[in-house]
Design a binder for this molecule. Structure first.
Ligand code: GAR
Length: 203
């Protein structure tokens, strides 16, 4: 069985979209565990309600050893690590051992509004400020460069003149909840091919 770990920091709506797709039988996978970098992450409760093992690995407690601790938990246990609203940066050995096996969802069309300091509502505030007519979301591989790994899939969302960061965030989340499970499914079926830094999804 294809096993995944889901890393979160907040509400966990993306986590829930993955759980739903698994429960509906659209993805043949098991969530081995959910890891949060903060105790207060509401998504932890959602995971617990579903009987999924949860762990809190906070920077406060583990400092520069945070990624190492996560690696210890997941080594040889999962096929894919999914960052679903995980706001810490992974570094060190985990990026090597899980090379091309860590994916992240980012709430903009990368490379716009991405990189260090660009996360959550800040991304949408920047998009609104810039006056872009389209934004969206991106699922990409995670490597040493923040939001710099190969792009796996994107969804486009129009930005309206009347939009606030909050309304834009809400509409983009709807698309996140589609493309992240779709990519996990494609990954579980070995349908994601990486060639020269570019991804092809086999149909
Ligand atoms: C999502 O919009 C996700 O794309 C974003 O955090 C939100 C988490 O929502 N991630 C980033 O900004 C990563 N750079 P959720 O907890 O409801 O899934």
């Amino acid at each position: 069985m294809f096993k995944i770990a889901v890393l979160i920091s907040g509400g966990g709506s993306n986590l829930l979209s993955i759980i739903n797709q698994i429960e509906e039988g659209n993805i043949n996978a098991k969530i081995h565990c959910v890891i949060s970098d903060r105790e207060s992450a509401k998504g932890l409760l959602k995971a617990k309600e579903k009987g999924i093992d949860t762990f809190v690995i906070s920077k406060k407690k583990y400092g520069t050893k945070t990624s190492e601790k996560i690696l210890e938990l997941l080594r040889e246990k999962v096929d894919l690590i999914v960052l679903a609203g995980y706001l810490s940066i992974l570094d060190g050995e985990i990026l090597k051992e899980f090379k091309n096996k860590i994916i992240n969802i980012h709430p903009s069309l990368i490379p716009s509004f991405s990189g260090n300091g660009m996360y959550g509502i800040k991304v949408h505030e920047a998009a609104i400020k810039k006056g872009v007519k389209f934004s969206g979301c991106t699922v990409h591989f995670v490597n040493e460069e923040v939001d710099g790994g190969a792009i796996i899939n994107q969804a486009l969302v129009p930005v309206y003149f009347e939009d606030t960061a909050k309304t834009l965030q809400e509409r983009i989340l709807i698309e996140e909840h589609k493309i992240l499970p779709e990519v996990i499914k494609a990954f579980s079926l070995n349908k994601i091919k990486l060639e020269n830094g570019k991804v092809k999804i086999l149909l």
